[in-house]
Design a protein around this ligand. Structure first.
Ligand code: IMP
Ligand code: MG
Length: 178
């Protein structure tokens, strides 16, 4: 385990098994649809990569980058689009892939923006959800794991841009960010 971590919350096997289940479910639900999987960078990138390999129907991928935190550990509610999608999403069935939904503010902003572009449908798949801090009423359709209200890193999730490469989800020691 990385030295800056208090504990491992979800190990590699547990992550991969759950992602396999999610992939199966999504493949079933989107059969015959025009699936466009949208990764929210950078946090969603490891999850997206493993998830699409477990989806066995035709799909397209696109990427979007938003920033909601700066280097602090709490949502500011202010979302900045850093990279928009490359192609038109008109008439597509969108699946947004996120690393974690905490307050839901980032997701709610993103969904409102995408809904205004003539899409057919939109759903959300988030690897993690912290149920305790919901501020907005966004619905997460596919959830990997619910996690307690602690700052987690790894498998795409960062603190100040670090720890994204860890192959598991862990809880950061408090003295690292306090
Ligand atoms: P929300 O707007 O509060 O839902 O925050 C969502 C975004 O904040 C996520 O996409 C993450 O980038 C970041 N975030 C929230 N909680 C954590 C955490 O525990 N670790 C790392 N990033 C987090
Ligand atoms: Mg994120």
């Amino acid at each position: 385990m990385h030295n800056d971590l208090k504990k491992i919350l979800i190990d590699k096997d547990k992550l991969q098994n759950r992602i396999m289940e999610l992939g199966k479910e999504i493949s079933k639900d989107y059969k015959g649809k025009d699936l466009l999987v949208i990764c929210v960078l950078k946090g969603g990138v490891l999850f997206m990569s493993d998830l699409v390999q477990n989806i066995d129907i035709p799909l397209e991928m696109d990427f979007m980058a938003v920033s909601s935190y700066g280097n602090s550990t709490h949502s500011s509610g202010v979302v900045r689009i850093i990279k928009d999608l490359d192609a038109s999403i008109e008439n597509k069935d969108l699946l947004i892939v996120e690393d974690i939904v905490d307050s839901g503010l980032t997701l709610s902003y993103l969904m409102d923006l995408l809904k205004s572009r003539g899409i057919k449908s939109i759903k959300v798949c988030s690897l993690l959800e912290k149920p305790e801090n919901k501020v907005s009423n966004v619905n997460v359709d596919y959830i990997g794991f619910q996690v307690p209200d602690e700052f987690v890193v790894g498998y795409g999730l960062d603190y100040a841009q670090k720890y994204r490469n860890l192959p598991y989800i862990g809880v950061l020691k408090e003295d690292i960010y306090k």
